[in-house]
Design a binder for this molecule. Structure first.
Ligand SMILES: NC(=O)c1ccc[n+]([C@@H]2O[C@H](COP(=O)([O-])OP(=O)(O)OC[C@H]3O[C@@H](n4cnc5c(N)ncnc54)[C@H](OP(=O)(O)O)[C@@H]3O)[C@@H](O)[C@H]2O)c1
Length: 165
């Protein structure tokens, strides 16, 4: 299973249920990585999407509300139900897409993390756990690029000791 996230240096990912930055290159990267794959997200992230479900992807939404409906998406209500559902797909085709509660819930099951890394601190209200403290090692990083005055790199982390489903 993979994780894909845009983070700042202090692991911030969101504010007011929105992303912290508008980076078209990052959105294109997200689309390239996840198209034709399975995307797993929390209810709040699903509701924040401008276009739902994410097109050309199997969308799986985790919600604690038994009556939560997400048109065009599969809804699950627990970690156990989710793991059962994704077991039938190839692990490399499953992408955990947020938000914080879902990254933290599934981080230890991911072998690869695709991280858009923004080397600064900005006001935020949503943070994820430190990937390195969960066993991830940085294996690749692109040269820095700047868009909308934000400098970022694309990083790949691997977690050789991830939990098997
Ligand atoms: N930077 C990025 O790459 C990125 C990507 C995606 C999202 N985000 C940002 O992340 C923020 C949203 O994150 P969030 O943590 O607030 O929300 P979230 O993870 O998107 O969704 C939380 C929902 O999932 C449910 N849930 C979590 N674990 C569950 C479990 N084990 N069983 C059943 N339901 C479960 C929660 O239920 P409870 O109410 O019971 O907790 C809640 O309804 C937004 O700001 C968004 O823009 C950033």
């Amino acid at each position: 299973m993979n994780l894909i996230v845009a983070i700042t240096k202090n692991y911030a990912i969101g504010k007011n249920n929105q992303l912290l930055f508008h980076l078209p290159t990052d959105l294109a990267y997200f689309k390239m990585q996840t198209t034709d794959k399975i995307v797993v997200m929390g209810e709040r992230t699903y509701l924040s999407l401008p276009k739902k479900p994410l097109p050309k992807r199997i969308n799986i939404v985790i919600s604690d509300k038994l009556d939560f409906k997400a048109e065009g998406a599969i809804v699950v209500h627990s970690l156990e139900e989710l793991l059962k559902k994704i077991k039938k797909y190839k692990s490399k085709d499953v992408f955990v897409c947020g938000g914080a509660s879902i990254y933290n819930l599934l981080m230890d099951y991911c072998d690869t993390a695709y991280v858009t890394y923004i080397d600064k601190i900005v006001p935020a209200d949503t943070f994820i756990n430190n990937l390195e403290e969960h066993g991830f090692k940085l294996t690749e990083e692109t040269p820095a690029q700047t868009e909308n005055n934000i400098t970022f790199t694309f990083r790949t982390y691997k977690n050789p000791h991830h939990k098997k489903i």
